[in-house]
Design a binder for this molecule. Structure first.
Ligand code: SF4
Ligand code: SF4
Ligand code: SF4
Length: 355
């Protein structure tokens, strides 16, 4: 299918983007980053935070680039003095009732609000007034919710509805008392629809929603991110392990993951702690005289090979069958098939995720 391209000028550069794109999308295609808090490429555009305003020649207003479509010949400036001044005011409005406790906030280093305040030199607000004093929702094992830090960008509401389909979050009240919260404004643990997938946490640009597993464990810049594949099922979601000093302290989703982008289920995002469970087997056990005894890997492999050979010699290849698992990698599953057919001489091989 032929895509119609529209030519426009952004920051003095001639650029092209598919017809129907927004200014923000066209800028992104051209490698020009426009600040944004509520916009997320995985979610429907909302135009709520207004931080992505730009100057468009011939337009007296500063339109929000995430919801303004491009047109042929449009001339856009994403960083003009008027735009910078407007963004500064918008940030001051956003932090007017914010606790600004960045020094102890777990999100610092991964907080877009703090990053943009730094970029535009916003230290405090000219609109200081009443602040919220919401109780922190610490009711569940996975997510800490501090709505005092919420900027009402609506990303959590859209992620819960559009990505997870759980529809657990919505808006409550108006004006200063407006909240992005659960039905009945109950804690997450008492909400009817929460499946604890953590998508809301992954998209939240501030410290309003944070992973409990990471709280108090590390500053974000002290965390190494190691890309891996989830071992829990055959979907093959990718995410980053958050690693500090060689130890896994949590999971962070990665927007570049080919299968799932930032979507994960509760097991993938929060179920990794079995790795350090002291009951986990770390060496083979061989039953001797009715009791399991710790053995070396060589000893275990020798025993397996001997037993397999005995079974094949005595009862024939068809007496053997292998059942593999979706929790194994593709390579491991391939090896099970290869071993069963080439070594044991049978096609009796199956996989738990086949049916
Ligand atoms: S949410 Fe961001 S701006 Fe607010 S206290 Fe935390 S780091 Fe600072
Ligand atoms: S954890 Fe998942 S289901 Fe629960 S509120 Fe967040 S996005 Fe919705
Ligand atoms: S909790 Fe986070 S994602 Fe949800 S509206 Fe507030 S700032 Fe946005």
């Amino acid at each position: 299918m032929l895509v119609e391209l529209v030519k426009l000028n952004i920051n003095g550069r001639e650029v092209e983007a598919p017809a129907g794109s927004t200014i923000l999308q066209a800028a992104e295609l051209a490698g020009i980053e426009i600040p944004r808090l509520c916009y997320d490429k995985e979610l429907s555009p909302l135009g709520a935070c207004r931080l992505c305003v730009v100057e468009v020649k011939g337009n007296r207003l500063l339109p929000a680039s995430c919801v303004t479509p491009i047109s042929a010949g449009m001339v856009v400036d994403t960083e003009s003095p008027a735009v910078a001044e407007a963004r500064k005011t918008i940030l001051e409005l956003l932090i007017a009732n914010h606790p600004l406790d960045c020094m102890t906030c777990d999100k610092l280093g991964d907080c877009k609000l703090a990053d943009y305040c730094y970029k535009y030199g916003v230290k405090d607000s000219a609109f200081a007034g009443e602040k919220h004093d919401y109780a922190i929702d610490d009711s569940n094992p996975f997510i800490i919710r501090d709505l005092n830090k919420c900027i009402l960008c609506g990303a959590c509401v859209r992620a819960c509805e559009e990505l997870t389909g759980a529809d657990n979050l919505s808006y409550l009240n108006r004006g200063f008392h407006r909240k992005a919260t659960t039905a009945g404004d109950v804690d997450y643990i008492d909400s009817d629809n929460c499946v604890f997938c953590g998508q809301c946490v992954a998209v939240c640009p501030t410290g309003a929603l944070t992973e409990k597993t990471l709280a108090g464990k590390a500053r974000r810049w002290d965390i190494d991110r190691v890309r891996t594949t989830c071992p829990f099922c055959g979907t093959g979601c990718n995410f980053d392990l958050a690693v500090k000093e060689g130890k896994i302290i949590g999971v962070l989703s990665n927007p570049d993951a080919p299968v799932n982008q930032r979507m994960l289920c509760v097991k993938g995002r929060f179920g990794w702690d079995y790795i350090y469970n002291e009951k986990r087997l770390t060496s083979p056990l061989i039953k001797k005289n009715g009791k399991f005894e710790t053995a070396s890997w060589d000893e275990a492999y020798d025993l397996i090979a001997t037993k397999f050979k005995e079974i094949k010699d005595k009862y024939g290849s068809e007496s053997f069958a292998a059942l593999s698992s979706a929790r194994c990698t593709n390579e491991e599953n391939f090896l099970v098939g290869k071993f069963t057919r080439a070594v044991m001489g049978t096609n009796n091989v199956d996989h738990c995720a086949r049916t």
